[in-house]
Design a protein around this ligand. Structure first.
Ligand code: HSE
Length: 402
């Protein structure tokens, strides 16, 4: 029987306990032995929990118990999650996590310690909630050179945008609903300003390139500037607006990444990813496009990925699966200066002004009277800024997904 601990008894931690408890036989069958939760670490009291004897506030109970071989870190945040995880790995215990902030920040070091100690640090739940995407990149797609990863990586923003699109809800109301449903981060700014998606694309880009991609280097725009008028204009075009995490792996070994709201044509499979669902499209040089779709947030979907990691850790006890990336000598983040996107522009300028600034643009019907809307040819960031300076008013500027 493998002994486990859960650190953090919030939404995901509760889900981890519930799945292990409810699926005891299934977990045992898949792990090769039963998994028994011996400790739950949380600073709060849970006097009404049926197994209240499992709760501890003292991390050293877990660290110093030689019986505990696998720990689920689902407490979130950087500290003390980092210190706890490091000590556990150094003590020869495998750790699994849903903590994208920790993986994106300290993953290089923690993965190296796991390798050195012949244990595992798994993080399937850190990206895409319940969607398997870490293992596919690490295992199933390893015969490919990954060319591009693009995904809807944040359930909260996708839920908000979807509520705006389908129900005409105002941004603030949709956000309040996402919080009630338990999708949003403790500080929802991490969702709506794109930082959560940024950490997730940094993890995927690091894993695919085997080189650390620092999320601090990824230009990140959230959805706070997206209005109902933008959404309605996009609909007139047969498109939707989604927050996209995007990474392109260039021939020189560099990686161009960005997080931004993008206009997606309804013919693109990512356009149909609604509500809290996430999807990740990965393009490999041999396999072409593969897409992973599922619940990107929420108690049981995320916990299902955490428990699957715990099962894998028990199965691979004392055998490191060597998931890792390294810190390259030179920063591999591409500046993106020469990366081109088409842009969707809304402006109060006349068609003549627009044509003078943009020779090769496609006018579309705007949903707002007195405005013009158009899509530009593919342009670099410098080129679009240069052209927009020639207009007197720019209401919206949104990249077109490609
Ligand atoms: N706040 C995150 C989201 C939770 O909305 O996707 C899952 O990482």
């Amino acid at each position: 029987m493998a002994k486990a601990a859960i650190m953090g008894f919030g939404t995901v931690g509760g889900g981890v306990y519930d799945i292990i408890d409810a699926s005891r036989e299934k977990v045992s069958l898949n792990a090769g032995e039963p998994i028994d939760v011996k400790y739950i670490l949380d600073i709060r009291d849970f006097p009404n929990h049926p197994r209240k004897e499992l709760f501890t506030k003292d991390f050293s109970d877990i660290l110093n118990d030689p019986e505990v071989t696998v720990v689920a870190e689902v407490m979130g945040g950087l500290h003390p999650a980092y210190e706890f995880t490091k000590s556990l790995l150094e003590n020869g215990k495998s750790v699994v996590t849903s903590n994208k902030e920790l993986v994106a920040t300290y993953g290089t070091e923690l993965l190296a310690i796991a390798r050195e100690k012949n244990v595992n640090y798994f993080f399937e739940a850190s990206v895409g909630g319940g969607i398997p995407v870490i293992r596919p990149i690490h295992q199933c797609l390893t015969a490919n050179n990954i060319l591009k990863i693009a995904g809807i990586l944040n359930g909260t923003t996708n839920y908000i945008l979807n509520e705006m699109i389908t129900k005409g809800k105002a941004f603030a109301d949709a956000l309040a609903d996402a919080q009630k449903l338990g999708y949003a981060e403790r500080n929802p700014a991490a969702d709506i300003e794109g930082h959560d998606a940024c950490r997730k694309i940094a993890i995927l880009a690091s894993l695919a390139s085997r080189n650390f991609v620092d999320y601090n280097d990824i230009p990140t725009e959230g959805i706070t500037e997206i209005t109902l008028d933008d959404v309605n204009c996009a609909a007139k075009l047969g498109a939707v607006i989604k927050l996209i995490g995007y990474a392109r792996f260039l021939e020189d070994g560099k990686v161009f990444s960005i997080v931004a709201p993008m206009l997606i044509d309804k013919s693109d499979p990512l356009s149909g990813v609604d509500g809290v669902m996430n999807a990740v499209m990965i393009t490999g040089d041999s396999v072409g496009d593969v897409m992973f779709y599922g619940a990107g947030a929420g108690k049981l979907p995320t916990a299902s990925a955490v428990v699957a990691d715990m099962i894998d850790a028990v199965k691979h006890c004392e055998r490191s699966k060597k998931i890792f990336w390294e810190k390259p000598e030179k920063n591999i983040t591409a500046s993106g200066d020469d990366v081109k996107f088409s842009y969707f522009i809304r402006t109060g300028d006349s068609a003549d002004n627009i044509k003078a600034a943009f020779e090769d643009c496609r006018f579309t019907e705007s949903a707002v009277t007195g405005e013009s809307a158009f899509i530009t040819e593919p342009l670099t960031a410098a080129e679009i800024e240069d052209r927009l300076e020639k207009l007197s008013s720019v209401i919206s500027k949104i990249r077109v997904f490609n």
